[in-house]
Write a protein of this length. Sequence first.
Lengths: 200, 472
Amino acid sequence: MALEKITRVAGRAVNVPGNDIDTDRIIPARFMKCVTFDGLGEYLFYDMRRNADGSEKAHPLNEQRHKGASILLSGVNFGCGSSREHAPQALQKYGIRAVIAEGFAEIFLGNSTTLGMPCVAAGREDIARIAAAVDRDPGTEVVIDLVGSRATFAGQSIPVSIRESARDALVKGMWDPIGELIEGAGAAGRVASGLPYMSA
Amino acid sequence: MPKTLFEKVWDAHSVRRLANGQTQLLVGTHLIHEVTSPQAFGMMRDLGLKVAMPHRTFATVDHIVPTDQVSEPYADPLADAMIKELRRSCAEFGITFFDRSTGKQGIVHIVGPEQGITQPGTTIACGDSHTSTHGAFGAIAFGIGTTQIRDVLATQTMALGRLKVRRVEVNGRLRPGVYAKDVILHIICSLGVNGGTGYAYEYAGEVFDRFSMEERMTVCNMSIEGGARAGYVNPDETTFAYLKGRPYSPKGAAWDAAVARWRAVASDAGCAYDDVVRIDAADIAPTVTWGINPGQGIPITGIVPDPAKAATVDERSSIEEALAYMKLLPGAPIKGTKIDVAFLGSCTNGRLSDFQEVARYLKGRRVAPGIKAIAVPGSQGVGLLCEELGIDKVFRDAGFEWRNAGCSMCLAMNPDKLVGDQLCASSSNRNFKGRQGSPTGRTILMSPIMVAAAAVTGSVADAREVFGVNAN
Ligand code: SF4
């Protein structure tokens, strides 16, 4: 299966500050009553963005100047909580192509990588510098270079890091492992036949 | 070389190394439910793929089922569509479905063990983060995303990086009135909500040796709340006794062979761990949360933290955010906080022993006026056992609503929801903002006995005082 080799992500950024932003906040469970992921983008961060009556609250994603941003900035332990792929799917369907945060929850990082959406870690001060540049000029282009491990914006450059296996998968265009897993089907069958519980 | 259980199970299920350095890991047992699988079946259809080993996938329905309505169609058309979609996919791909009509339906993490599907030395995957529950049997059990569900359906394998292993030992004796739920809340509060990143937790020590399987499940269940991808307990006689005679447990000579294998899969004496943490059981108190993640907890005798006394700026802002949401005051005792709802159930504490233990104390007591109290067995099997033992009657007589099996008020995907800023004393596992269905709803996590104490007093209470637990 030929997939896009993701070596860089470029776009405008939006800062959604906060630590431990969990998957229930990214996509509240009541919007998961669906049999496809298609409409999820609409409900991204729903309860952070809207009041009970549906009217908008003050939230970066509601600001006109940040419409069309495709890189999300956030804090520590982003995406903690549930294994729901609905969370990265909601981000991606909304138009997010990469997340830069101080750190990520394990399952969220894996799920995002499989969708071809890089989760890139950076230091707090550095993220604050991007946020400040974006705040001054929402049109600022941020470029994440996955190979060189840098993010550049407004003439500045900061180091970023990405888990080695995730980088590899993204830059080689192998982020969706299904093709490789199918190739290993024969070998998997042999391992299974050595395990009594699997044949019972 | 002595090895940990994790290493043995991992090695036995490794198929090969993938180009990105991850391992193609064989998934022995795949469990699915209605929320995270329909999109995976959709992907299978789009790619024209078949399920590789349909006899190794088991389905049930839990998140969206109403607990007060059994007949279909459900009042909520979206929920109704989801159960029908799962039924259709299971029929199409040849997968066993513990539907409501089978009497075996329930929360996936309760059904697997109950049916004897969850076994030591196996790998288990399920599109649900609390899959770590199954580690109680000495299985390596992972919560996975929907695209990975597709991978497992199509190939019975998935791509995964190897985890490190941290041994979490709890030694000594738990004090009266302290339960498995308190043990795991204490562990999460001590090690942090992301302290387990990159690790599988091996729970061990005297407390775990003495624990029943249901208590071990309660602890393993919340491994994910501590950031660990998996958690397990080495299998022992308690494990084998639990599994003996269950529908999917091996029988006859196969049973003896299985027990021999299971014994051998436990971590070897003298094996190396990436980290070891030791906790004294006597330091663990009945624990309740005050904030908006499960690591924000204190002993029931404690006071709500003061942001002004926080050690770091980060901590300060997270305390402020939590207190603003929870509408709690810094420095106030948590005991006495008025509640609106008491919820007893979920994959953390919705098993027979949870209801049994509470019933011992609830007999002859009444839920406080104005409190909505619901008891929801985690599976039809648990419900049936409770009814045979008359436990449901104890709950009903006390003023609890006794419901049908499901996830219920653990999350907001069925009609059981908080309203407005109601405060819920809950035996579930997550107190995130909005978790229980209202964007301003508030959750305090605690053990089942503490939920009962809150229900009868109408406020967060010390079960030891309310029920005289110390006397036992
Ligand atoms: S009971 Fe709660 S945590 Fe457990 S599977 Fe259901 S929704 Fe998830």
